[in-house]
Design a protein around this ligand. Structure first.
Ligand SMILES: *Cc1c(COP(=O)(O)O)cnc(C)c1O
Length: 424
């Protein structure tokens, strides 16, 4: 692993402000400068990070952390992976950006690879964006182009922070300050087949948006039965099924895409980002089959950066490495192992482990997840609390069982410390 001091690329943004006391003090006043120079949307940063290698990062004080969050399911290959380094360097030496008046070979190759991995039929196609929100914006526009007025999304959904993606996001606290949002979106109770059938029955629904596992909601899988019902009922009513695999895609669950865990299930549209570029910002929309292909006509959508050759090179490096190193199987193995090990602690505060592969939510019996995450950070583990009673793990897909073991071994003490915090 390169010891060179890498300039960090931005990962995905946290979805809620993070609070922590005293982070980064004594590091040349960077925390203070952050407060002075950046808008306060993310709250105070927990630490200021200087360097990463593999599954570890170091802050500006030189403290080491095991990265169990991977920049929120982004750093699929960990930090400063040689494959991404060399792909980006080579591409930057050759051609760093062209407008979409032109195309480049890496862009075309990445589109082809994604379609192949998704098992997409003839007539399928890709649109590249730069983030998950943007990928969902494009999917939203595809849905509008069906001419049908209604769009359905699910309770506890998270599809991003731009106005269109926010219109598909259920959380009131995210939506309310920005109303009016684009109209026509209704929310259904996730898992309720009856409500779904009733909502689709009039035949005027353009699309249903769903995450196979709702990551931001606390790693809550929709479940095979409901996903199958979604597919069957949307097909029956000529409604598009849009699967948001921004968090669950690119090997995160031990499948290329989480929906592939279900035999024969294929969406009409799929959105990707997070792990796709391994830390380089890139998003994508895949449309499946000829019916969806021409909904967006030339000139109806666009982007300056989308499909940028650097982003495409990063995506190709991620896919190539996942394939060459057999990482999907690795993810299934170590993911199942760490889930079993956490449950085997038989700790009274641990109720369950949800999720699949290396997207895991540890359910807690008390609303102390934020305190546990803070204790974990102090102990040298980066993870987060998507809600009050869930700890989320989304580590680099290259993480070893040995590294995961150190976390499992530390977990009982972290829970004890967090409970003690609450009593003070
Ligand atoms: C993170 C996320 C998004 C938003 O992606 P950004 O890159 O932050 O815009 C959308 N959908 C899901 C499921 C996500 O996890």
């Amino acid at each position: 692993m390169s010891e060179q001091d890498q300039k960090k690329l931005p990962g995905a943004a946290p979805d809620a402000p993070v609070h922590s006391a005293g982070a980064g003090e004594g590091t040349g006043g960077l925390a203070e400068r952050y407060r002075e120079a950046l808008l306060p949307v993310f709250g105070s940063p927990q630490r200021i990070l200087a360097r990463g290698a593999g599954v570890r990062v170091w802050d500006t004080d030189g403290t080491e952390y095991l990265d169990l969050l991977g920049g929120i399911a982004v750093n699929a290959l960990g930090h400063a992976h040689p494959a991404i380094l060399s792909a980006l360097t080579k591409q930057a030496e050759t051609l760093g950006h062209v407008s979409n008046f032109f195309a480049t070979a890496p862009q075309i190759e990445l589109a082809e690879k994604l379609l192949t991995l998704a098992g997409a039929p003839a007539g399928s196609g890709v649109f590249f964006a730069n983030s998950g929100s943007e990928a969902n914006e494009a999917a939203f526009k595809i849905a509008r182009r069906t001419g049908r007025p209604r769009i359905l999304a699910l309770s506890n959904s998270f599809h991003g922070r731009t106005m269109g993606a926010l219109a598909l996001t259920s959380k009131e606290a995210y939506r309310a300050p920005f109303e009016p949002l684009p109209g026509g979106v209704e929310f259904l109770e996730a898992g309720d087949e009856r409500a779904l059938a009733e909502a689709l029955a009039p035949g005027d629904v353009a699309a249903v948006f769903a995450e196979p596992i709702q990551g931001e909601a606390g790693v809550r899988p929709l479940g095979g039965e409901y996903l199958r019902a979604l597919r069957r009922l949307t097909r029956d009513h000529g409604t598009l099924l849009v699967l948001d695999e921004v968090q669950t895609g690119m090997g995160r669950t031990g499948h290329w895409f989480a929906h592939q865990a279900i035999e024969g299930l294929q969406p009409d549209v799929m959105t990707l980002a997070k792990g796709l570029g391994g830390g380089f910002p890139v998003g994508a929309v895949l449309s499946f089959g000829a019916d969806v292909h021409d909904l967006l006509q030339p000139g109806q959508h666009g982007t300056t950066f989308g499909g940028n050759p650097l982003a495409a090179a990063a995506g190709l490096a991620v896919i190539g490495t996942l394939l060459e190193e057999g990482l999907l199987e690795h993810v299934r193995t170590v993911g199942a192992q760490v889930s079993a090990d956490v449950l085997a602690l038989e700790h009274p505060l641990i109720t369950e482990v949800r999720g699949d592969g290396l997207l895991l939510g540890i359910g807690l019996a008390q609303p102390i997840a934020k305190q546990v995450a803070a204790e974990a950070l102090e102990a040298g583990f980066i993870l987060n609390a998507p809600d009050e009673s869930t700890l989320r793990l989304a580590p680099p897909l290259i993480i070893t069982s040995a590294d995961l073991d150190t976390f499992v071994a530390a977990l009982p003490d972290l829970l004890t410390a967090a409970t003690a915090d609450g009593e003070n």
